[in-house]
Design a protein around this ligand. Structure first.
Ligand SMILES: Nc1ncnc2c1ncn2[C@@H]1O[C@H](COP(=O)(O)OP(=O)(O)OP(=O)(O)O)[C@@H](O)[C@H]1O
Ligand SMILES: Cc1ncc(CO)c(N)n1
Length: 273
């Protein structure tokens, strides 16, 4: 028998496997963490966009959570797409009873521009879920909604990360720089200090599910007992390789390569059959 850490993702689905729960489970697996998932919404989507969304009844999401927590209490939990206010309130009630590390990826709008969170939930997430978080991982548009000001550079991202901690009550926040220009710089505020995670920007349109993957790796590392700073550093390295060693799958904005890190130092020449 091996001792293993476990992580749970509470999120929506992507049947083409690049984002949502599918990306989370692939990331947990690569980081050698036992992965579990509770589905909130079933999403008909692919690399071209979102076709439709089916929100599961809140009572059934709660049943799934009870099934997990009665059996295998995860070492860390991540939430991704939580579309409605009712879902958020139920998830908050369940998580308040647990003392596990909690990563919020405040998924609001897919890269294709489709909304994955109902309008009223955007305000509620910051009141109901953000105060429970060990780490919040917004991209720039999501951070703008959480803090109510525009973010156009790394200084604005710093200010936003600090507001999410000092005013909204999260333990730490990392504002991702994927939507800014120049180097891809993510800014973490951990309640005391700022930390910067930088990489060159890969010139690619294949960034479907980057945020899901990044936050899932952070969750996996926290599950293993790593510090927030170390977890974010690993997340950044993992997603940089996953974007660099792109797969060329899909007709639109393709997914990342969850085993890209294993190809480090090799020429990028993956071929599809
Ligand atoms: N072109 C790129 N080259 C290198 N790193 C990138 C690029 N785009 C994004 N990143 C990195 O990927 C991670 C995710 O950032 P991003 O802002 O894309 O998340 P997101 O918008 O939430 O993703 P999604 O909504 O598709 O899941 C961050 O670490 C960011 O710095
Ligand atoms: C289910 C789901 N969660 C998150 C995203 C954002 O990438 C997506 N496209 N789909």
């Amino acid at each position: 028998m091996v001792e293993v850490a476990s992580a749970l993702t509470i999120a929506g689905t992507d049947p083409t496997g690049g984002a949502g729960i599918q990306a989370d489970l692939k990331s947990f697996q690569e980081r050698e963490v036992y992965g579990m998932s509770v589905v909130t919404s079933v999403v008909a989507q692919n690399t071209l966009g979102v076709d439709d969304i089916y929100n599961l009844p809140v009572s059934f999401i709660e049943k799934q959570l009870n099934s997990v927590f009665q059996d295998i209490v995860p070492n860390a939990v991540k939430t991704g797409m939580i579309a409605t206010v009712e879902m958020m309130e139920m998830v908050a009630t369940v998580l308040k009873k647990q003392s596990v590390d909690y990563v919020i990826d405040p998924v609001m709008i897919a890269k294709s521009g489709h909304s994955l969170m109902e309008e009223p939930s955007r305000k509620v997430i910051r009141e109901v879920l953000v105060p429970l978080a060990t780490v919040v991982t917004p991209n720039v548009p999501e951070a703008e909604i959480l803090v109510d000001f525009k973010i156009t550079n790394t200084d604005d991202a710093k200010r936003a990360a600090k507001v999410i901690v000092t005013e909204l009550g999260a333990k730490s926040a990392v504002v991702k720089g994927g939507h800014l220009m120049g180097e891809a710089i993510d800014v973490l505020y951990d309640g005391e200090n700022f930390h910067y995670f930088k990489s060159a920007r890969t010139d690619t349109k294949h960034t479907h599910g980057t945020g899901c993957t990044f936050s899932a790796v952070i969750t996996a590392e926290l599950a293993k007992g790593k510090s927030v700073v170390d977890a974010v550093a690993t997340g950044k390295q993992f997603i940089t390789d996953a974007i660099h060693y792109t797969l060329g799958v899909g007709k639109g904005n393709g997914p990342t390569n969850h085993w890209g890190y294993r190809l480090k130092g090799l020429p990028n020449q993956i071929r599809r059959r």
